[in-house]
Design a protein around this ligand. Sequence first.
Ligand SMILES: [Mn+2]
Length: 295
Amino acid sequence: MFELVSKGGRLKVASHGEDLDGLFSASLIALIHPEDLEIYFTAPYEIRESLESFDIVLDLPPPRGGTRILVDHHESNLALLNRVKTAFLRPEYPSTARLLYDILREWEPQVEDFSRTVDLVDQTDTGNLDLFSALFTAAIRKIFKRKRSDLVKVARDLLLHPPTTSDELINLPAVKREVDLIEREYGDRLRELLSLEGGEALLVRIESLPSYLVPVIQLAARRYRFFGTITTGSDGALRLSLRSREDSPLSALEVAERLGGGGHRNAAGALIMPSRMEDLLAIVGSRMEFELITV
Ligand SMILES: [Mn+2]
């Protein structure tokens, strides 16, 4: 691994462009191999069936086209290792950045300067978001959707101003402008959603707010035993993102699986046809009092 990254020459890397883990993993590669680096920011649903091949794939499923090295922590990708020459896939790791850090520091102690940023990545990648890290993730998703080549600037900022707290994340130069725009355009409506008093179950259908705001809207989930957001994709299908607390009679995973999705016990998701919206309401309604709101 280290020989490939440290020697000169072109290196083609794919990383996850929708969260801090993928971005900072790309930053760590750029630290060791600053020249001749081609970074593609992509998403699991884009790369899984891709015929392109890479030298290194980070925090993503390996593509059909294959990769020389995979560094990842998603258990679900264990089934795709036949596409990989050398795999570092450790589901027990809280983040891909942590795994990459552990691999690289044996050869290049310089990466240890970033240990506190890796701690921050661990927190955000295990679902421990606060308002600042949720706003950061929303801003990143907006950039990913609108002009993803700008994510290279964010990855570079993470090395130039290594954040150690979540408020430092939203003050990175390449991010601050987007966060300010989100605040100006949607701040009042987000505050309203985040001040809901809580209760049994809440489903939020997101129609007039952009879907990249989901990480912020989900901050309301801890006030409900069961919580879900429903957004409409460009293909018309509905994307459900579900959360449950330990005291919920219905787990997020149970509901997701009944609708053909999956995930973790208390954080799961599914992609459904609009006609199955009734099924979602029936499943939740059979076990809990719920409220459905549209924003
Ligand atoms: Mn990750």
